[in-house]
Design a protein around this ligand. Structure first.
Ligand SMILES: *Cc1c(COP(=O)(O)O)cnc(C)c1O
Length: 456
């Protein structure tokens, strides 16, 4: 393994050439999936006793497999929450892999974890959480939400009165699907406030008033959203914080998508109250231009997270002694062995400076406003609601749900754009509409115009 051979050098050069081509291309194909059977027919058996050779396998990747992925950084990929990692972050993602750092304990990963923590300090500063608050990078928002829910639940159960009780949390129907999914994983009941618009303290109080005595006893946390995935709506965090404080409830804010907007002066005021959270989820792989996968969970009191997540094992004790001299990321979330996945973010921040992040996020917000104006000026299009953060929900007058689906597939098939439909709850009915989510600052006004032109 340790001598350098020509094949290895050639493979390294091929890979680097491919990577440089990929990150410097100004226009790449949007790509579309194919059936697994079709791919198998194209590439044949690749995992064999002798292997097929790196060059051959790499060619299969380039010719057949890469094209069936839909890159999230395409400027006309405006579906779900797209992404747009910086070149600096992508390059340092390669270095993260090449460095083989075990990111669980300081003892093994001091330099990498130090860099992660520099990036984390910046994220924490954006929230305005008090001294002592800190966080840790996770595989994504789902793992961050789970880590936070488990921390809150363990803290609640420390009170002998609640030992053995199944906990209950309240959130709204605007919350991300992962809140419901992770409540299931943590075996916690969940009540949804039936509104996709801003969750307020008053709505929360109303819901709490409907609980049975036993339910109220088991209620331990409230999850508000700092930028709903569907519509970019930020709950009224201050009034929700008031209720949580008065009723002694853990206040978690899921800002996986919206958290990046904390850096933008134009919308920062909408997050007022976020500094009062007990825990916050923010995904750098969404609006902080990091490659997949990189989420983050922040806590007001790190000790509570440690009580919930620190793993014990005789083979781990060495890390605790020596590692006590530093920060051990494993202690604050659900994972043991972990990639130092905050490292690419650190390098990108250090390279570009935080002002560039501000500009890039402001551009996403501006694109949503531009799209809003283009939609309003179009005779056949209407906004379903005003753009919020970088999400725009709009309807094509006269279209049925299947028209939206057909339109999405047509544009995708052509390799032109990926814009997907969604549903918006209006009173008691759900309306199917079209949705943009802007992240990539390289998306142009012309891109938006061209997409809207296909809705004639
Ligand atoms: C995307 C998203 C999540 C899930 O995050 P992953 O990184 O996909 O696991 C959770 N909450 C919100 C609000 C999101 O937008």
């Amino acid at each position: 393994m340790h001598h350098i051979d020509i094949d290895l050098i050639e493979m390294t050069l091929d890979v680097m050439k491919y990577v440089i081509g990929r990150v410097s291309a100004t226009e790449h194909q949007i790509g579309k999936p194919r059936k697994s059977e079709d791919l198998k027919a194209l590439v044949g058996d690749t995992v064999t006793p002798k292997g097929v050779g790196g060059e051959y396998a790499f060619n299969l990747w380039k010719e057949h497999l890469a094209k069936t992925n839909v890159p999230v950084d395409h400027p006309r990929n405006l579906a779900f929450v797209p992404a747009s990692p910086t070149k600096a972050a992508i390059m340092f993602d390669l270095i993260t892999s090449a460095s083989s750092i075990h990111g669980a304990y300081w003892m093994e990963g001091a330099g990498g974890i130090f860099c992660e923590n520099e990036a984390m300090s910046w994220i924490v500063s954006l929230t305005g959480m008090p001294e002592g608050a800190f966080g840790v990078f996770t595989s994504g928002g789902t793992a961050a939400n789970l880590s936070a829910i488990v921390t809150a639940r363990e803290h609640w159960r420390e009170n002998a009165e609640f030992k053995g009780e199944k906990g209950l949390i309240i959130t709204s129907i605007g919350a991300h699907s992962s809140i419901k999914a992770m409540a299931k994983v943590a075996d916690v009941d969940i009540i949804l406030v039936d509104s996709e618009e801003h969750l307020t303290g008053a709505m929360l109080e109303e819901t709490i008033a409907t609980l049975t005595e036993h339910q109220r006893k088991c209620l331990f946390a409230v999850v508000a959203t700092g930028g709903t995935t569907n519509a970019g709506i930020i709950d009224d965090l201050s009034s929700v914080a008031d209720v949580c404080e008065a009723q002694n409830l853990w206040f978690h804010i899921d800002a996986a998508y919206g958290g990046g907007a904390l850096v933008a002066d134009s919308v920062r005021h909408l997050f007022k109250g976020i500094e009062r959270a007990d825990s916050i989820t923010i995904d750098p792989h969404k609006w902080m231009f990091s490659p997949y996968d990189c989420g983050a969970v922040l806590y007001r009191d790190m000790e509570l997270a440690k009580n919930a997540h620190s793993q014990q094992g005789s083979y781990l004790e060495i890390f605790k002694d020596e590692g006590a001299h530093g920060f051990n990321p494993t202690d604050y979330q659900i994972q043991l062995t972990r990639r130092v996945r905050g490292l690419p973010l650190w390098f990108s921040l250090a390279t570009h400076g935080t002002d560039r992040y501000k500009e890039a996020v402001e551009r996403g917000l501006e694109l949503a406003q531009i799209a809003g104006r283009l939609i309003e000026a179009h005779p056949k299009l209407e906004l379903v609601r005003e753009p919020s953060l970088s999400c725009v929900l709009y309807r094509r007058i006269g279209w049925e749900p299947e028209d939206y689906t057909h339109w999405t597939y047509e544009n995708h098939k052509k390799g032109f754009a990926l814009v997907t439909p969604t549903k918006w709850k209006n009173g008691d009915t759900f309306e199917t509409c079209s949705r943009f989510c802007f992240i990539n600052p390289d998306t142009t006004e012309r891109d938006i115009e061209m997409i809207l032109e296909t809705m004639e």
